[in-house]
Design a protein around this ligand. Structure first.
Ligand code: TRP
Ligand code: SF4
Length: 400
């Protein structure tokens, strides 16, 4: 609804690596050309688990934004900002907390999982329980339609949908809703009003989903209709009250096919990464010393690519011809492992060189990133303020 906005956030965990690039960032870069996109640093989310050592958060945040831009996220297309610079997220989080049943939060699968996994810290805190609700506020405050995230975050977006529905149900009803909706339909003009009424009938009476979509699209185009009326009509279309908050959909990000240097998932905590700003000598050394199929003790021992982490890198960086070369050469001991690794070294160097170069510009002049984020925050703040005005109004907090 409205313009279909895309929103996603990342916790500032330090230098990003190739796993982030091939998983998340390439997806963000693709989307920025298709939709208005908002990408933000979830620094408050980082504090829910790292509240005892908050010192690194800021540095990590700047480094992360530099990595985004270095990788190709374009501040001229996407809005880049920092969560804690938009205090409206906290206000919405607080207001939503009033109507959020505790049981809903306790049932979010990541809650118990993470508590059991991160045993080195006490996560029986108010903030950690509220993690998914803070995420809901992040999404709902921009009325985002699409949220690109990985599998692990799907329950949080589902949760957000339920919160939006509950909010709209509780506060979207108003006295005289039906009459106000009918008056709003008239404002569409005779022809569109007739079409809208007809489509609504088809949806409500026959469950015609296409009619619903067409009616929603018709409303999307009515930029001149006052917002309150649009909310009413989106709601009236489905027979309920006003739709103040928009239910978001997941855009599932495929897990990165790129494994870590040891064959496990690439992750900083496993020490098996190549950072986006890794120095060329280090890239070369890391790849050349990667473990290979343990069966290839001597150069003359044949191997099995499926048992070798280098093979997984060829899946990402090599075409069919080169994969054939690897398969043939490995299984017959026709090539050595260093020979097999060389094209990977070259491909990674080619991929990272422009990123390193772009990052350097921002490292040399930190005000550039500061300004990009300041601009992004201004834009984000304007959008957040719009939603908050409607939310406060729905809750009777305007004090006009
Ligand atoms: N929880 C997300 C993660 O750990 C980060 C995040 C915070 C987020 N708020 C968000 C992602 C809103 C998408 C939308 O990856
Ligand atoms: Fe791995 Fe290549 Fe060596 Fe085979 S030849 S074990 S695929 S590095």
């Amino acid at each position: 609804m409205y313009e279909p906005r895309v929103l996603s956030g990342m916790r500032p965990t330090g230098a990003l690596h190739l796993g982030h690039y091939h998983g998340v960032l390439k997806n963000w870069i693709r989307l920025q050309a298709e939709y208005p996109c908002l990408y933000f640093v979830a620094d408050w989310h980082a504090l829910t688990t790292d509240y005892e050592s908050p010192g690194q958060v800021q540095k990590n945040a700047w480094d992360m934004v530099i990595d985004w831009i270095a990788a190709g996220v374009d501040p001229a297309q996407a809005t880049l900002f920092v969560q804690s610079h938009i205090p409206e997220h906290a206000e919405l989080h607080l207001l939503l907390s009033m109507m959020t049943p505790l049981g809903w939060l306790e049932r979010v699968p990541t809650y118990k999982d993470q508590q059991e996994r991160l045993t080195d810290r006490d996560l029986s805190t108010y903030g950690f329980l509220g993690y998914p609700l803070l995420q809901s506020a992040d999404i709902l405050i921009y009325r985002a339609k699409y949220v690109p995230v990985g599998e692990d975050q799907v329950p949080h977006v589902e949760f957000t949908r339920e919160i939006a529905r509950r909010f709209n149900h509780l506060y979207g009803r108003e006295t005289g809703f039906e009459d106000k909706a009918k008056a709003a339909v008239k404002k569409l003009g005779t022809k569109k009003a007739r079409l809208f009424t007809e489509l609504r009938g088809k949806y409500l009476e026959q469950g015609d989903a296409e009619a619903l979509q067409r009616a929603q699209a018709l409303l999307d185009e009515q930029q001149n209709l006052p917002r309150g009326d649009r909310e009413r009509l989106y709601g009236w279309l489905e027979g309920s009250g006003k739709k103040i908050l928009v239910e978001p959909d997941v855009l599932l990000t495929e897990a990165s096919r790129l494994q870590g240097l040891d064959g496990q998932k690439m992750s900083k905590s496993y020490g098996n990464t190549i950072a986006l700003r890794e120095a060329p000598e280090s890239v070369e050394k890391k790849i050349r010393t990667m473990p290979t199929d343990p069966a290839r003790v001597k150069r003359t021992d044949p191997g099995t690519p499926e048992r070798c982490p280098v093979w997984s890198l060829h899946q990402v960086y090599s075409d069919e011809a080169r994969k054939d070369w690897v398969r043939g050469g490995c299984t017959t001991a026709g090539i050595g492992c260093l020979e097999c690794k060389q094209p990977i070294v070259d491909a990674v160097q080619t991929e990272l060189a422009p990123m390193r170069e772009r990052a350097q510009i921002y490292l040399d002049d930190p005000t550039l990133v500061r300004n990009i984020v300041a601009d992004g925050c201004d834009r984000a703040r304007r959008l957040a303020a719009e939603t908050m005005r409607d939310v406060r109004e729905a809750l009777g907090l305007t004090y006009a």
